[in-house]
Design a binder for this molecule. Structure first.
Ligand code: HEM
Length: 400
């Protein structure tokens, strides 16, 4: 299929909510280093092949710092939020590693293993609450959002009751239609909130991540206050909105693929593999991992010049037939292991062990406890998050 590159604007529309935009497959086949046009008139590369994407994400000469000239900004409002972000997600090495190491110990396999009983109890409590509500209640509002919010606020030591503040911040800062002024106002509110939280932790430390950062890193001068706020903000936002959207979209995907749902219901040992397949199939970071070349770099035979931006499409990589045979088929029994839904390289997701634990417990418990779970509205009436930085479904009314 011949594609007119001049016409390729990004982000692209999906024609089916479960699949990436249709243009990705022919691009991967014919123009794996396609140029796309962004809202600001810039023309970064859109990469769609798994091997090229892994090569870029593993290459330290590609920077992930949004303040650099040529970095691809997918939405105007998001550009404001990204440029203000001084967390390690938006910093290159060596500073990235120095800051990330301050929190890696908080998200290890051992830590998450110890947290599993609490996650299970929270899932059970939320299912009890949800099942007591009227049929057709929104699963996103009453289950998918509260679960990861409860877990990440517990770990960080943030009062759960304050969640509307950071849920609102996430809605504005990650929405495609937010204006720069709205994003600035939202950032100011969130930074103010986190600043006050840190002041409280200085006076009254507790057994939580923020207290440890305050007393082990900020007080001795290893990080300044704004960096501390940025790290907490990253953990808070990454910790709730990704898992929230993956939870709801995963439930919907399983409900729409009853043969696959029947398999995991019949054999719970399939659930960890099913979670990997859901992560691959959904690829909720749908606007990609973005980078800019610091010098001329050869990527698998293609020269990317210094200052050129690159969008590594995670959904496209995860549907590459070279890696995943029959890639558009949702198959909970396949080996989805090498997917890049959590990214790749030094910025690979810090919270992936936690996210996996939450998702595994949700899918196992939910379909066991509510065996009649089903959509309460026509599929066509659902609103998908085409307009958000993280993909998913806005509301999910279910019956049981
Ligand atoms: C980074 C995906 C859950 C914390 C990333 C990246 C991806 C990702 C793709 C890399 C971005 C890039 O290279 O530009 C996901 C998905 C999740 C999830 C799909 C859930 C299904 C979580 C959770 C946390 C978390 C629960 C909890 C704290 C982080 C952090 C980074 C990150 C801190 C930055 C890592 C770095 O720059 O070194 N995530 N994530 N994520 N994620 Fe997640």
């Amino acid at each position: 299929m011949a594609l007119d590159l001049a016409e390729l604007s990004y982000p692209m529309q999906r024609s089916c909510p479960f699949h990436p935009p249709e243009a990705y497959a022919p691009l991967r086949e014919n123009q794996p280093f396609a140029r796309v046009r962004l809202w600001d008139g810039s023309h970064p590369y859109l990469l769609t092949r798994y091997e090229d994407i892994r090569a870029v994400l593993a290459e330290p000469r590609f920077s992930c710092e949004p303040v650099r000239e040529g970095f691809p900004h997918v939405y105007e409002g998001r550009m404001v939020a990204d440029k203000a972000d001084r967390s390690f997600l938006r910093l290159d090495n060596p500073e990235h590693d120095r800051l990330r190491r301050m929190v890696t110990k908080e998200f290890t396999v051992k830590k998450v293993q110890a947290l599993r009983p609490y996650i299970q109890a929270t899932v059970d409590r939320l299912i009890d609450n949800y099942a007591a509500m009227p049929q057709g209640s929104d699963f996103v509002e009453h289950f998918a959002a509260p679960l990861p919010t409860d877990i990440i606020t517990l770990l960080l030591g943030i009062p759960y009751e304050d969640h509307e503040i950071f849920h609102r911040a996430t809605r504005i800062q990650f929405g495609s239609r937010s204006t720069p002024a709205e994003v600035r106002e939202s950032l100011a509110e969130l930074f103010g909130y986190l600043d006050a939280l840190i002041t409280r932790k200085e006076a009254e430390p507790a057994d939580d991540v923020v207290s440890r950062l305050v007393h082990d890193q900020y007080r001795p001068g290893h990080i300044d206050r704004i960096t501390l706020i940025n790290i907490v903000r990253l953990l808070l936002s990454a910790g709730h909105q990704t898992t929230q959207n993956m939870t709801a979209l995963g439930v919907l995907t399983l409900l729409q693929h009853p043969d696959q749902l029947a398999l995991i219901r019949a054999d719970a040992s399939l659930i960890p593999g099913a979670v990997e397949e859901l992560l691959r199939f959904s690829s909720i970071l749908h606007t990609g991992a973005r980078r800019v070349a610091l010098e001329d770099i050869d990527v698998n035979g293609h020269l990317v010049r210094a200052g050129e931006g690159v969008i590594c499409s995670i959904p496209a990589a995860n549907r590459d037939g070279e890696l995943f045979p029959d890639p558009d088929r949702f198959d909970v029994t396949r080996d989805a292991g090498p997917h890049v839904a959590f990214g790749f390289g030094v910025h690979q997701c810090l919270g992936q062990v936690l996210a996996r634990a939450e998702l595994q417990i949700v899918y196992e418990t939910l379909f066991r406890r509510l065996p009649e779970l089903r959509l309460a509205v026509p599929f066509e009436s659902l609103r998908f998050r085409h307009d958000m930085f993280v993909y998913g479904v806005h509301e999910l009314p279910l019956a049981w």
